[in-house]
Design a binder for this molecule. Structure first.
Ligand code: SF4
Length: 280
């Protein structure tokens, strides 16, 4: 049995940029395995409220701990390790959403589960989305898509919107950028297209790393072809997570990388627009 919430942090954080570590350090491995199998308990960095950038309207956002990618620009490396997340029962997470359900509806918002990579905890994610839908709350999953096959088509019905990160096109560059192949992400996008699931995609523009014109054009062509993409979000790289890399003593290779200039962002948006996509 996991002792829930034995931590110095509250579930709600002012911002995901709060560094949170070792919140589940004392949870036995067997209990973690059971939690992952059943989804009775999730491991969360935090909940934040009032987000206007993680799906439509104003949203409550759950930040799942655990990610098997190692993006060199990740701004939340404290979410890589699931044990940095706080053990939270499904019931407690559901109660948290229940508190906000009326306000979320009035503000045309909903609940977004992001991370980390939420599908590292796919059973918890599915059950929490189902509970949210039963309360009439709009649901969104922000994912790198690599573990999309863990969800059945029926389970995807509990998710109103998928926000999919497409990080770069060239497979070699993708491995250098994230440590993983992009094939499963693209396969998941194609599957969501077949299911006609509303999809937003995200692309992080990092000078010198993801700004190759040809690469972006290929992502734009692929994205446009899907037919279910409502918007593409071009996110400029920033350094707000840099201090976390230092605190966690992880080698950070982008120390001297500047955020992209506004004309570079505009040029990137233009590539997506030229393919017939809406960008934000
Ligand atoms: S997929 Fe997201 S959470 Fe995982 S390493 Fe990349 S940016 Fe960080």
């Amino acid at each position: 049995m996991i002792a829930e919430g034995k931590t110095t942090h509250s579930l709600e954080a002012a911002s995901p940029f709060e560094l949170r570590v070792n919140q589940s350090a004392n949870v036995p491995e067997s209990a973690v395995k059971t939690a992952l199998r059943t989804g009775d308990i999730g491991f969360l960095h935090s909940f934040t409220t009032g987000s206007t950038v993680d799906g439509p309207g104003v949203r409550v956002v759950g930040w799942a701990a655990g990610c098997h990618w190692r993006c060199v620009y990740c701004h939340n490396p404290d979410t890589w390790n699931m044990m940095n997340g706080m053990p939270v029962t499904l019931e407690r997470a559901t109660d948290e959403l229940r508190k906000y359900r009326h306000g979320l509806k009035i503000m045309g918002g909903g609940f977004t589960l992001t991370g980390g990579e939420p599908l590292m905890q796919d059973r918890f994610a599915v059950r929490l989305f189902k509970a949210a839908k039963e309360m009439g709350i709009h649901t969104a999953l922000n994912t790198n898509g690599h573990l999309g096959e863990r969800l059945t088509d029926e389970e995807l019905e509990h998710i109103d919107l998928v926000i999919l990160d497409i990080k770069t096109w060239n497979p070699e560059a993708h491995r250098r950028l994230t440590g993983k192949d992009n094939g499963p992400t693209l396969d998941f996008a194609l599957r969501l297209s077949k299911l006609k699931k509303p999809l937003w995609t995200r692309f992080v523009l990092v000078p010198g790393l993801t700004d190759d014109h040809n690469d972006i054009s290929q992502i734009a062509a692929f994205t446009a072809e899907l037919g279910n993409v409502e918007r593409v979000e071009v996110l400029p790289f920033h350094q707000m997570g840099r201090y976390k890399w230092k605190e966690l003593k992880i080698d950070y290779t982008l120390e001297n990388t500047e955020p992209p200039a506004s004309d570079a962002i505009e040029r990137t948006c233009q590539i997506f627009r030229a393919a017939g996509l809406k960008t934000y």
